[in-house]
Design a protein around this ligand. Sequence first.
Ligand code: KG4
Ligand code: ZN
Length: 314
Amino acid sequence: MLRGRELLASEIASQVAEHQPYGGVVPEVASRHHLQRAPQLLARAVAAAGISLGEVDAFAATSGPGLASSLMIGASLAKGLALGFGKPYLAINHMEGHLLSPFFGTAEGIRPAIALVVSGGHTLLIEIEAFGCYHLLGQTQDDAAGEAFDKVGKLLGLPYPGGPNVDRMAREGDAARFDFPRSMLDSDDLNFSFSGLKTAVRYLLPKLETINLPDVCASFQEAVVEVLVTKTLRAVKATRRRVVALSGGVSCNSRLREAMRTACAARGVELLVATPALCTDNAAMIGYVATLKLAHGESSSLASDIDPNLRLVA
Ligand code: KG4
Ligand code: ZN
C-alpha cells in the first residue's frame, strides 16, 4: 500500500517452505496457497497501513508474466475490490515492477538509465528513456540468471531456492579456484547465456574427489557476475547513459552488488539498487508502477485478462 512516494505497508506471504520439499515451484501448490492466504494478506496490509479499504484510491494486481493459476487469483481479488469500492483497477506487468523498483522513493523518480533486471525467469538489459518508454538491449538466450543459481544450487544439494544459499556459501569460498566459462562475454551483442555454465558445473562435480562447496559456489557466482557487470557497463558506454538501475531477485546477490558498485564507481556512473526487500517479489513495486500509471491517467478494464507470457519490451 502506497500513498504517493510513501510506502505504507508491504506484506509478503512467502511460499518457500511449501515448495522446498519439491525443490522448485509446483503450480498447483502455488495457486492453492495464493487462494488461502490472499484474504489474510490483504487484512494484514490494511492493518499495517492504518487505513480502511474504502480510503484506497485504486487497486492493482500483476497481470503477467507468471503462472496463470496464481495470476488469476491476484487479479480477481483486485478487480473485486475495484468493483466493490467503485475505484479504478490497474493491471501491472510484473517485470515493469522489477524494472522501476530501484527508483522507488528517490526524489527524482524515473530517470533515463541502463537497467539490468535479473530474476528467476528473466535476464534483461533495458534502456529506460522515460516512464513507459523502454528499449530492449539484450536478454538471455537460454536460462535466466536466477534459474542458473537455482539449478546449480540443486546440483550441489542446497535447499530451494538456490540463489541465496549459493550466495551465502560463496562468501567463504575462493572465486578463482575453478575457471568456469564466461559465455557470450565477447559476443558483439548484449545478450547472455547461462545454460553452458550450469552444464560446466555438472561436469566438474564427478571429477572432484572432495567437493569444496564454497569454492564451487564462489567460482560459479563469479562467472555469472562478471558477464552481467561487463555487459551492463558495455551498454552504458554504448548509450552514454549515466545511471544504472539494478533489480530482480538476483540483485540481492552480495557479490553482484559489490562488483556492480565498483564498476559503476570507476566510470563515474550512478548505481541505483533497491533494498533487498524490494528486489525479490513484492507488492510495493507493483503498487509503485500503479501510482505512476494513475498519475498518467491510465487504468485497466475490469474485462482485461491475465497473460502468463506478458512481455515488457518487444
Ligand atoms: O524476482 P524474484 O524474486 O522472482 C521472480 O520474478 O523470478 O527472483 C527470484 C530469483 C530466484 O532465482 C532466486 O534464487 C534469486 O532470485 N535470488 C538470488 C539471491 N536472492 C534471490 N540469486 C542469487 N543471490 C541471491 N542472494
Ligand atoms: Zn519477480
